[in-house]
Design a protein around this ligand. Structure first.
Ligand SMILES: [Zn+2]
Ligand SMILES: [Zn+2]
Length: 1011
């Protein structure tokens, strides 16, 4: 049989397109699912991707990890669901649709019309769900693509309603009146979990020092500091720290002593002595301020680190201020409307945005001589996660779920979850410990309609399902095309307490409710019967064929054995699915989690389109190929940020080429030998080693897959390929030239085994190589093969060869350090500390081109010890100089365990840099407890042999350049100057397949012709 010859380098994107088509035409994925149906289950739950934009590279990272482990479990025969999820509603979709339509405020949307707006949102979701599906397929992700779940389906919404009703039944649902972070552009509050660190930006704001004159104290004032001038018109109080010292400066302004330590004090007072004093507010003339009495209050949280030690309090414009208003009974002045503009009652400021109003406020204060100082400050400031607008505080009514009742159960349950990397478990616990009540309402349009129907009688009606809505509706059902605004708003229900008609509140829900319900909604929890296409309801109609399974199905697939999303999801999806699952069934919806950090560009900067350093997923597919992307993702320690780019991709391609070349080498020689699998000769020790080595690979890879730790997959595989190529093939070349069937069978077996275990990581290349290697059965896919556990292996032999390779590597280092060419034979190598290599001295001799290898003590070294400054500097301080001098002068003694003593100090092995150098005539290298010393002396015999080897190399290069076949024989003509090399004619002939070598007496270059 003949194997399909491989080109010198793979064209990854082209090869991947071929494989995709082949998978499609052969129905490989369907056959795989069929093969595993009814087997033991592996339950994976996909966190939904927002169907709002094309997939980003960071999504490709997460989707690769999901696919790697689903493919691995499939190879092991597990039955899986493969349901992909799309997140379909909420602010992110709305904002993109607004941009596309050129709308820029809530008023714009209302004028456009809610029904039309909802249609545009659905169209956008449908469009990008398709784009993401195509991209995911291109990445190699195998999912049940036509049966995705969509979070905006009526089924999903109905399940969330059920959750909200359960929350209400427990008394956890409440309407809160509080100060909250507010996006003036989006016109909605932003909840705690939406404020991640990444949404803080460096922004410049005014920095004002303002005096508030004290009443009844002629010439005295308190001085406050603020960076939000717009809040001053809403000032109602000023806070001091009761037990801190305050001083009256010569300027007549009271400030905290700690904040002004060097200023001359006219008088001092404790904070509590100032409490109760009344002052003139900065804008008493505004109608909004009418009748208001401003006074000084006590607050323990006042800090002296920044500002003046006296804090201006505006309860309508800050969350701590708001809390203080409750304690002290302060009035709450709300100065801005939902688009962030100053309200009537604020005189000259009315209608201006919080930014625009700053200059007017400053000018007004200056004119009335209340402004003490003015500057600018750059600080980290929260912005809207969706549109980037700086946030303000606003007092509003929102709906909340109280979380104190569920906090401890969630913490307890989190203890049972296996997190990878494990430190994320603590991050999750930290979040749970600190989470505030869940703000679930958003004053927006295309989102989950909150099923809350408050009645004047005091009853808060909560509808628990679509069916319940149908039952209790008093009007509007006939026009209810789906559970979205505006249609759902037209449905009234009867109050369960007084029977009056009541309306739904206008708010929609937090998008994390949508995604958080999927462990229930997609698995048919409490659903009495299986409903075909029962998930393709409401807005999802026509987009998916997903069934709504019955409760028995939920029992089979809940909880998920494993989930994987990025770190941010601790506050988001991991949190919301846990919250909802604990509420509904009292247990975690997942057992194991793999999570990962951020994706940066290859220099470590964040990727931004505007910086020109972002990479589109499609561009990466075309330019580097999906396998190369997947390799970068898998190689990365998920607990650290990934530096992704074309530079690293080139490096990955270069490394993968070693595998390609090994397969190509096999194919070329197997075809020359007309060899077929099963044609086995007598195995040699090196064959036995490779067969053990590949079983070791399978064992290592299995272990890494079971630990969900991809960096070890890649590291194990690369070590194996290095052994395969740079040891087995290198040391067996002659046998391949001679068509040795044992060598061919061994190499073929090792390649086959290794291609299977790496297939989940790089499915395309693995599939291609598998098909090349199995050319006798081309309809089979590597993914239809059953995983074979690692077989027996000779651990002693593996350890010996590993030690031998270690010695050879050190020998090469020593040669490199000596400046001698690798081809130049040398006389002697001494090896210390590698007893396992004892039976392999011939191989070391051969690899390093030395005549003699001995195991013994390396005496030909000089030891140099230098201080490791980053470690020793901080430890020794001024004592470093003496130690450095002693080390330099060689005045030190070696301690057990690799440490040293010098100048009276004990230095550990981490605190010093040790260098062993050869004495005159020797090259030395050391590492991992092994030292090798190479005798670098040359004599005429060695020099002649060196020239022979140079010639062989040159002739073989000429063979390649001349395009000769591996089996072609040649005639060599040498110049006169090389005639002394004929003493080694037999060796030269053998190495270059020459039938004759002659000299022509000339002085030119060697020449070859085909014999
Ligand atoms: Zn916004
Ligand atoms: Zn009522």
């Amino acid at each position: 049989m003949a194997f399909e010859p491989l080109p010198p380098v793979p064209d990854h994107p082209a090869l991947e397109h071929e494989i995709l088509e082949w998978w499609e035409s052969e129905g490989i994925f369907d056959r795989l699912r069929e093969q595993n149906r009814g087997e033991e289950r592996f339950s994976f739950l996909d966190g939904p991707i927002t169907a709002n934009n094309p997939m980003g590279i960071h999504h490709a990272w997460g989707r690769t990890l999901k696919d790697v482990f689903q493919r691995y479990k499939a190879l092991r025969g597990f039955d899986q669901r493969y349901q992909n999820g799309f997140d379909c509603q909420g602010l992110w979709v709305e904002v993109e649709v607004e941009k596309a339509l050129g709308l820029n405020s809530k008023r714009d949307i209302e004028e456009y019309g809610l029904a039309e707006f909802a249609e545009r949102c659905k169209e956008r979701v449908a469009e990008f769900a398709e784009v993401i599906t195509d991209q995911s397929k291109r990445l190699g992700m195998w999912m049940d693509w036509d049966n995705d779940y969509h979070t905006f389906s009526d089924t999903n919404i109905s399940y969330i309603w059920g959750f909200l009703k359960a929350v209400h039944d427990r008394g956890w649902l409440y309407k809160g009146h509080r100060s909250t972070e507010w996006c003036p552009r989006c016109g909605t509050s932003i909840s705690q979990h939406e404020l991640f660190a990444g949404e803080y930006k460096e922004l410049e704001h005014p920095s004002l020092y303002v005096r508030f004159p004290l009443k009844g104290r002629e010439g005295e004032a308190i001085m406050i500091w603020t960076t939000t001038p717009w809040t001053l018109p809403a000032n109602v109080a000023a806070a001091v720290k009761p037990d801190a010292e305050y001083v009256l400066l010569e300027s007549g302004n009271w400030v905290g002593r700690e904040a002004y330590p060097d200023e001359k004090a006219m008088r001092t007072a404790r904070g509590e002595e100032l409490v109760g004093l009344e002052y003139e507010g900065p804008f008493d003339y505004l109608p909004a301020q009418e009748g208001l009495v401003h006074r000084i209050i006590a607050w323990d949280e006042v800090t002296m680190d920044e500002g003046t030690g006296i804090v201006h309090i505006a309860p309508g414009a800050g969350s701590e201020d708001f809390e203080l208003s409750r304690v002290h009974g302060l009035p709450v002045l709300v100065a801005i409307d939902e688009s962030g503009r100053m309200l009537p009652g604020y005189g000259p400021f009315e209608g201006f945005s919080t930014d625009e109003v700053a200059d007017i406020v400053i000018e007004d204060l200056r004119r009335r001589e209340l402004l003490v100082d003015e500057g600018r400050i750059t600080h980290r400031y929260p912005t809207c996660w969706r549109c980037g607008t700086p946030l303000v505080f606003r007092v509003v009514d929102d709906w909340f779920i109280a979380c104190d009742g569920i906090r401890q159960p969630m913490l307890d349950e989190n203890e049972k979850v296996a997190w990878t990397p494990d430190f994320y478990s603590k991050r999750m616990a930290d979040w749970l410990r600190n989470m505030g009540d869940w703000n679930i309402s958003r004053k927006r349009y295309f989102g989950l309609p909150l099923p809350i129907y408050p009645c004047d009688c005091g009853e808060v009606n909560v509808i628990g399902s679509r069916a319940e809505l149908d039952e209790r509706a008093t009007a509007g059902l006939e026009q209810l095309q789906e559970l979205h605004r505006p249609w759902v708003d037209a449905v009234t229900i009867s109050c369960q307490s007084c029977g009056k008609d009541v309306h739904r509140i206008s708010e929609v829900g937090d998008a994390w409710l949508d995604a958080g319900i999927v462990p229930f909604s997609t698995l048919g929890w409490q659903n009495p019967e299986w409903i075909e296409h029962g998930y393709a309801t409401g807005a999802a109609q026509g987009l998916s064929g997903a069934d709504l399974p019955d409760h028995a199905y939920w029992e089979q697939w809940f909880p998920a054995e494993w989930i994987s999303e990025m770190r941010e999801q601790i506050r988001l999806w991991f949190y919301s699915i846990s919250f909802m699952s604990m509420t509904l069934v009292g247990s975690s919806p997942y057992r194991k989690v793999l999570t990962y950090e951020k994706l940066l560009d290859e220099t470590g900067r964040e990727m931004h389109r505007s910086w020109g350093n972002s990479i589109e997923a499609n561009e990466a597919f075309d330019r580097m190929g999906a396998d190369i992307m997947r390799w970068q993702f898998c190689e990365q320690n998920p607990g650290q940020n990934l530096k992704f780019g074309y530079g690293p991709a080139t490096e990955v391609k270069r490394r993968l080429l070693t595998l390609w070349n090994s397969v190509k080498f096999f194919v070329d020689y197997a075809n020359v030998a007309d060899w077929s699998p099963g044609d086995t000769g007598e195995l040699e020790p090196l064959d036995l080693w490779l067969l053990s080595r590949v079983e070791q690979l399978v064992a290592e890879m299995t272990d890494a897959y079971e630990r969900y730790w991809t960096p070890d997959l890649v590291a194990s595989f690369e070590r194996f390929v290095d052994d395969l190529s740079n040891w087995y093939i290198r040391r067996s070349r002659r046998r391949f030239w001679n068509s040795d069937p044992a060598a061919l069978q061994t190499l073929w077996t090792a390649l086959i085994r290794s291609v299977i275990v790496i297939a989940p990581v790089m499915p395309f290349l693995a599939e291609h190589l598998w098909r090349v290697l199995c050319s006798n059965d081309a309809s089979e896919s590597v993914f239809l093969v059953r995983w074979q556990e690692a077989g027996e292996r000779d651990e002693q032999l593996l350890a010996e060869v590993a030690a031998t390779r270690g010695v050879v590597d050190l020998g090469r280092q020593a040669r490199a350090a000596s400046g001698l060419k690798l081809r130049q034979p040398l006389r002697r190598l001494v090896v210390e500390g590698a007893p396992l290599a004892k039976g392999h001295l011939d191989e070391i001799r051969d690899e390093l081109r030395v005549k003699d290898v001995e195991l013994g003590d390396v005496e030909a070294t000089e030891l140099r010890v230098k201080p490791n400054l980053p470690a020793l500097g901080p430890k020794l301080g001024k004592g470093l100089g003496a130690v450095r001098a002693a080390l330099e002068a060689g005045e030190f003694e070696e301690l057990a365990g690799g440490g040293f003593r010098a100048a009276g100090q004990d230095l550990s092995s981490e605190e010093v840099l040790v260098e062993r150098t050869g004495k005159e005539g020797w090259a030395v290298a050391a590492g991992d407890g092994v030292t090798v010393a190479l005798d670098t002396g040359l004599d005429p015999e060695l020099e002649l042999e060196g020239r022979v080897l140079d010639l062989i190399h040159e002739l073989n290069s000429m063979r390649k350049e001349a395009g000769l076949e591996l089996t072609d024989r040649i005639v060599v003509t040498l110049p006169e100057a090389a005639s002394d090399l004929l003493a080694h004619a037999d060796r030269i002939k053998e190495e270059v397949l020459a039938v004759e070598i002659r000299t022509d007496g000339g002085s030119g270059e060697p020449e070859i012709v085909k014999a």
